[in-house]
Design a protein. Structure first.
Length: 439
């Protein structure tokens, strides 16, 4: 049988990694897919750039129409990035031409996925996006197919490799934020705009996708509450360590009584939890299904090889199903398109969590009592409280408090009242805390 011809858009970290894997493992891939997979054209921005992969037999172009208008190309692999512009136009164009799409572009899927999947369903084309979430971990397949017998109750994950790499290197090697970020960029982990990694946007894109396939809801990126790692201070990393916690940047999605929680933010996690020990560029996703119970999925979250592993797995899936009736394929978002639910996403004010607080307060009798009274008035129970320092009178000293689970709006109210105390510095640090005791 003739090989399936594909066009790759983007020959950067992931594009070249994909070409490498397709060449290196060509025989194994053909034995699995039933046909060979051949890259016939590749779209790039700068045609004269040196590439690290073997492009023998690949025609390079800067014109997307060359991929779209080639009748021999059955699958377009979009590996450029961005939720608009050329990436969106190319994918829309591919669907309109009846070509299948494989993409690693989580921004594109999280922002435009609802429309793209509807268009693809009409045309009977596939859009595969395993590599868009958690790099080499086949988490989309696990949730969409492996757990289709479960009601998924919640998931929590470290889903940005760059952010986890930065936090791990800073904590274990005392390196500077900027120095580690530059290394992450050199290693090809970071997004074109690394603010997406550092400010949590990339993790929010990924959480949007995970929540959709876990709960059968439309993609709702704009409803994800998002905080990044850029405001974490080393002082809090140290206090957390003393208390037996690590600070991790988590994406959390959960079905609760009134709706769905979708949130990305730094979080204290007990140091004996597996998630707390996921270091460097590694990702891990904890998924809790009613039948299977809690499961943990771990692997490299970024980089050429791991991401190419997922891109090629999608290609094999698409090639295997080229001739199947579109009605009998796995639905893009796991649930049949006409069965998606409109269960609301909760505003962060309505989300419950435990908290770590650090405030600087004057070392004077009665100050701690004022602080605990404010928390008590709002029904916030204290789990632990520590005042640091040598106790010199009238000096500002850090007070670290761990609370029990409470509503975010109560905590916001408490923080406002605490900041108004004359004896407390208004710069109060608040980090959410999750025990992740899901067994
Ligand atoms: P790179 O920046 O390394 O590569 C981007 C590629 O796209 C380059 O080859 C570039 O061409 C090409 N490109 C960009 N703009 C245009 C344009 N206007 N016209 C034609 N070609 C263009 O990105 P990555 O490989 O790191 O990422 C690609 C996608 O994969 C992104 O969506 C990213 O979020 C996603 N992803 C990345 C992972 C990673 O570890 N890096 C992991 C998982 C997903 P040229 O080379 O000529 O400049
Ligand atoms: N920039 C992303 C990360 C790439 O660091 O996780 C993988 O999606």
């Amino acid at each position: 049988m003739n090989p399936v011809k594909i066009g790759i858009a983007g020959l950067g970290t992931v594009g070249c990694g994909t070409v490498d894997v397709l060449i290196r493992n060509a025989d194994e891939i053909a034995r699995r897919a039933g046909r060979g997979i051949q890259v016939s054209r590749a779209l790039v921005k700068n045609i004269s750039k040196d590439r690290s992969c073997d492009l023998n037999g690949v025609e390079l172009t800067t014109n997307p129409e060359d991929l779209l208008n080639d009748p021999e190309i059955e699958i377009i692999v979009e590996l450029m990035g961005g939720d608009s512009g050329i990436a969106l136009e190319l994918v829309q164009g591919a669907i309109a031409c009846g070509k299948h799409v494989v993409t690693a572009n989580k921004a594109l899927i999280a922002v435009n996925g609802n429309q793209l999947f509807a268009a693809a369903q009409k045309k009977g084309t596939m859009i595969a996006f395993e590599s868009a979430v958690a790099g080499g971990i086949p988490i989309i397949k696990v949730i969409r197919e492996g757990f289709s017998g479960n009601v998924i109750r919640r998931l929590a994950g470290i889903i940005n490799g760059t952010g986890n790499f930065i936090m791990s290197e800073m904590r274990t090697k005392q390196r500077s934020f900027q120095d580690v970020l530059v290394e992450a960029q050199d290693l090809g982990y970071a997004e074109a705009d690394p603010a997406f990694d550092v400010q949590g946007t990339d993790a929010a894109h990924k959480l949007t996708i995970l929540a959709s396939i876990a709960f059968g809801i439309p993609l709702q990126f704009s409803h994800v509450y998002t905080e990044g790692i850029d405001k974490i201070e080393s002082e809090d990393v140290e206090h957390a360590k003393t208390l037996g916690f690590r600070i991790k940047h988590l994406g959390i999605a959960a079905q609760v009584t009134d709706g769905i929680e979708l949130r990305v933010h730094p979080c204290l996690v007990p140091e004996n939890r597996l998630l707390a020990n996921v270091e460097g560029v590694m990702n891990a996703v904890l998924v809790d299904g009613d039948a299977v119970g809690p499961t943990l999925h771990y692997g490299a979250g970024a980089g050429a090889g791991p991401t190419a592993s997922a891109v090629v797995a999608d290609l094999v899936d698409v090639v295997r199903t080229l001739t199947t009736d579109p009605e009998n394929r796995v639905p893009h978002l796991a649930f049949q398109a006409n069965s998606l639910s409109d269960i609301p996403i909760l505003p962060i004010d309505e989300v419950s969590s435990a908290y770590y607080l650090r405030l600087n307060a004057i070392n004077r009798p009665g100050v701690l009592a004022d602080v605990t009274r404010i928390l008590g008035d709002l029904n916030i129970s204290i789990e632990a409280i520590q005042q640091k320092g040598d106790g010199s009178p009238d000096e500002f000293l850090p007070i670290v408090i761990l609370t029990q689970v409470t509503l975010e709006k109560n905590m916001n109210c408490a923080l406002e009242r605490l900041a108004q105390l004359e004896t407390v510095n208004s710069d109060i640090v608040r980090i959410r805390l999750e025990n992740l005791n899901w067994s």
